[in-house]
Design a binder for this molecule. Sequence first.
Ligand SMILES: [Zn+2]
Length: 287
Amino acid sequence: MSIKIGIIGGSGLYNVGIIKNTEEIEVETPFGKPSDKLTIGKIENIEVAFLPRHGKNHQFPPHKVNYRANVFAMKECGVEYLISTAAVGSLKKEIKPCDFVIANQLIDRTTKRETTFFDEGIVVHAGFADPFCKILSELAYKTVDDQGVDVHNGTYICMEGPQFSTRAESNLYRSWNVDVIGMTLAPEAKLAREAEICSCGILTVTDYDCWYEGEEDVTVASVVENLKKNDKNMADIIKKLVPKIKYERTCECKKALDNAVITPRDQITKKGNQQVNKVLLKRFIQK
Ligand SMILES: [Zn+2]
């Protein structure tokens, strides 16, 4: 299978029906099952693979999502570009509810998640200074801007959840100059990098988190209302973004593991999780 574009997002995106001629496939990975069946279909006649991050019935909380299985399943489909969509809270006044943010930096504050594909008998240190693909992110930014939706580049902080942050935490992150807060882009972006997939985070702002005095605190009702509006905008934007993606990659993402594999090449076939290495380290394995 060779589907170049993958999307991991909320089930809202799927429900609005932008993906046509869909077929669902069950995928099993060395890390277990992804959050749901993969939906293979077409957006503007271009084949894509879609996965609802929390499952179709929103049954997996952020700390229980099988991120490794999700990203691995995308890699096995042949995905080279991964669009991650997610809802976030804003930590800055100028980033308003229903604005879009393209993640350009990431702070990972999660503690309970599996963050690497390589944890058995093999050492891989992938570079992650710039966690998202610059080319794909710029394309996403321009697409949102062209749509007439207010858009920002920003730093995303990933908290463990599932509770929202305290006022003290929210103010701490603001003092770090973080732009938005969420619970899902880590370790998704790390795993995409290890899989040498270009990734971008297209984020929709649902609320001001809890730091903003004078506004009502985050309530489920206000979040749900903004989510609906954001889903509609997101669907329009994804529909325009997908046809703009170039199939020939000129960025560094496809070479992310070039200097990252520390274990000698002749040992790769003998060590670690062979099923994983066969897919992710194919080009390193000595014939
Ligand atoms: Zn890239």
